[in-house]
Design a protein around this ligand. Sequence first.
Ligand code: M6R
Length: 614
Amino acid sequence: MCGIVGYIGNGEAYPVLIDGLKQLEYRGYDSAGIALVDGNGRLNVYKEKGKVADLEKHIADRDKSGHTGIAHTRWATHGEPGAVNAHPHVSSSGRFALVHNGIIENYAVIRENLKKKGYEFRSATDTEVLVQLIDYIASRDDADTVAVLQCALKEVVGAYAIALVDMEHPDCLYAARKSSPLVIGMKDNDFYLASDVNPIAAYTDRVVYLEDEEIASMHYGDRLRIVNLSNAECSHEVMTVSKNLGRAEKGGFGHYMLKEIFEQPDCIRDCMRGRVDPEAGTVTLSAVRDHRERLLSAGRFIIVACGTSWHAGLIGKQLFEDLCRIPVEVAYASEFRYSNPVIRSTDVVFAISQSGETADTLAAIELARSAGAFVYGICNAVGASIPRATDTGSYIHVGPEIGVASTKAFTGQVTVLAMIALDLAREKHTLDGERHAALVRELAGIPDKMREVLKTDTVIGSLSRIFTYAKNFIYLGRGYSYPVALEGALKLKEISYIHAEGYPAAEMKHGPIALIDEEMPVVIIATRNAMYGKILSNVQEIKARKGKVIAIVTEGDDVISRIADVSVEIPGTAECLDPLLATIPLQLLAYHIAVCKGKDVDRPRNLAKSVTVE
Ligand code: M6R
């Protein structure tokens, strides 16, 4: 939700900034901007509506020199997308330029106060209010920039990650954060600043993660200085990050989303590497091993997450209850945090997040920890806020996910949940030894079966064209397939803007069946498992009302595939692992329908990859 990049050093700032913006574009892409301090001490600010490429084109012939600069790619919260509301925002005096990620909740009150003091506002943003507040305090107090920032940030309520240029000190770059991430990279005399580590990793492997309510000053030729809002010095361990974080490239695919769908067999293999041993029939996760007693003595598990990660959590509930006999509750993090939930110190809370930055999930973690619960994170982004805020955790290790619609992260999350469940089931003896070993072997074989599922791409591509007319879709599944139905519907909504509903198949009769007519495509996960007979009845009910059935069936199925209008065959597997395969055709269906409709698959309207605001 907005990406920030900053640079101060020996080199030219522009290439670092523009390249960084491209890597952070997943965070927001409705406008972008750059501020550069040139060799004559002038501040050049360029902003453009649209994507980073639009900004690049717009300023192709402009002066982009300078060794200090800040840049921003925006996902609008206050004020519509456009050049005026784009960052950087410059204060009325021209002294300060600011980029911001987050929301200043009390911006309206501050703006009114500043208006009374003669400040005028060009944009509708909360960010402009903050830069004007900084300007006002600087003009009022005889204080250095850090003291000015401390004073301003104490006045604001909300979340922020900011980068600031002060034209009275152009040899220094300032940054601060609260509830929104910022990473600082260091190399010789150069400082790099970004919302995540990826834009920095190409230049240096030495980074520091700024903590809440800390202000960093990056003086050219000097050391990094970090203080908190009370001016206490903060020392930070310098972390080493891999220089090969894997620059996001499309690798010959038309879109990141398609590339990420096709990467799933390799990603899931990476996710299981060193953890799943099919020969020995064991799964070993270091977090489970290190906190065995805490996990085994838990009275209950609570899973908190948002969006696709919440869908993975619903599958996690079934895995934990089915395989380990541990009671589980699943909550949307955004509801959990405000619902005055009963949290016991014996509870273990699992927080699932691809980005590791989702504001609601972070808040749910804080709440759980303050109530004494033990928190286990399941994240993808290494070193992000959630893995740092939890007691322990397991990374899903699926590599950077750039497409806004989550695909490989979902299957990675389900894989980690299955591994935890199998590891705990062995410890708890809740599974018969042979069944346990068989499930471990089945899990180890999932990447090969995923490869088989991906062969359905061509057939799904051609059937998608038939369904682009649809205004609505229904997705149905039962048991382990119900969250898959929810996930399939979410994928379609996000990228094709077709309204889609996911339902437990048997719930149809209690209302949604009224929607079925010859115009209504119904995607139904009808793989061979304990529920097959029931699902067959559901398919018949839909056909009896002339609905168009697209069935995901197990290879060799000759019952449902004869009744359905279209069927897509996938390999059979254990029922509890079925979501890892059945999800893929739904990802492909959403992808191809969106492409047929000419939608921007990787950057769907109104969405951002990482939701770091409430
Ligand atoms: O990074 P997170 O997993 O915490 O993100 C949660 C949701 O915002 C995310 O899954 C969202 O629903 C995706 N766009 C779904 O494709």
